[in-house]
Design a protein. Structure first.
Length: 345
């Protein structure tokens, strides 16, 4: 029997745990974790999944049985790992975002065009039962023609537990690159349309000791065929919230509308919820369907040349949209003493 192995290069965010779990469940063996800096998280992950900590990245790159690398490096270093994996013929799944600026985007495009390896990105929202179910509803015409989509994604910051790079825009990419990459992917996936233009802002209200950290972002988006969208994200979920972020998605069509409560509702339901109302039926909760494959299985299908839900085009287009929006975004800084709002561009 062929031994199927994967490894981890970069363990700076616990998101990579989902990839590890799914790969182990699919029968893959993890050779180990290489993380040169954040040893606390790396050791926690290693203990949780019974993995080895590796002292040399070459132990993964030189192992011919390791076909896949998972990567949750510092955001602006992920493109380096992608290129490293290309050099050694390893397919790679990265946590979002894959890139943080125009230079990284161009380097990503070059790797994709060379086509030597498959690149995945953890666009996990596609694999939520609520979004899978609502997309099938849209495809069946249950909402009519899509008119507008609004995505609200607040997040809890917990600054004391975040690594220093999280508060440095050059390293993290900032709130737009970090968080809106999910939303731009969902806009394309749910509507089947491309982004035509977007305008937005970055706002700073807190943490003056981190001058390049912006805690709020928003955007207005126009897609092909006149579909409009509004995106909002922040780092202001209160400590006392029942969840890390009360994410909501509102989809309006000519025949009905849907509200998705991504983290449920503490007064109704603890799991994600999708509510539907149409011209023909009153408000009701939609029974949710599980996606047919997991994120990791979808990537493995692509590696094997079988049909996959996420393609290289999806990864590039979502990354391109966030980089372009971040480049053009208006920067707003609030002076907490005078309450003055200054446009910094």
């Amino acid at each position: 029997m062929t031994i199927r192995k994967f490894g981890i290069i970069g363990c700076q965010h616990a998101h990579i745990g989902l990839f590890i779990e799914e790969m182990l469940a699919l029968g893959y063996e993890c050779t180990g974790i290489y993380e040169p800096d954040n040893m606390k998280l790396a050791r926690a992950m290693a203990d949780q999944y019974g993995l080895r900590i590796l002292s040399d990245v070459k132990l993964l790159l030189s192992d011919e049985e390791v076909s896949v690398i998972g990567c949750a490096s510092i955001n602006n270093k992920k493109i380096d790992v992608i290129e490293l994996c290309e050099t050694h013929g390893k397919h790679i799944m990265v946590d979002k975002p894959a890139v943080t600026n125009r230079e990284g985007l161009e380097r990503l495009r070059a790797v994709l065009e060379r086509g030597a390896i498959e690149i995945g990105m953890m666009l996990t929202e596609r694999f939520r039962p609520s979004l899978h179910t609502v997309r099938r509803l849209i495809e069946a015409g249950g909402l009519g023609d899509i008119v507008h989509i609004s995505l609200r994604k607040p997040h809890r910051l917990n600054p004391q537990s975040r690594p220093a790079w999280h508060f440095d825009k050059q390293q993290s990419g900032g709130i737009i690159n970090d968080l809106f990459v999910h939303d731009f992917d969902l806009l394309r996936w749910l509507t089947g349309r491309e982004v035509e233009c977007a305008s937005g802002y970055l706002a700073k209200n807190i943490l003056p000791q981190h001058p390049s950290f912006y805690d709020t972002g928003g955007a207005q988006v126009v897609m092909a065929d006149g579909i409009t969208a509004q995106l909002y994200a922040d780092w202001h979920t209160p400590t006392g919230s029942w969840t890390w972020g009360d994410g909501r998605i509102f989809i309006t069509g000519t025949a009905g509308m849907v509200e998705i409560r991504l983290e449920g509702d503490p007064l109704l339901e603890q799991d994600e919820v999708a509510l539907l109302v149409t011209h023909d039926q009153e408000l009701n909760m939609i029974p949710l369907e599980e996606p047919p494959v997991s994120l990791a299985q979808d990537f493995l299908n692509r590696m094997a040349g079988r049909g996959a839900h996420i393609a290289h085009t999806d990864i590039y287009k979502a990354s391109e949209a966030t980089v372009m929006l971040d480049e053009q975004a208006r920067v707003i800084v609030r002076n907490r003493e005078s309450r003055h709002i200054a446009d910094m561009k």
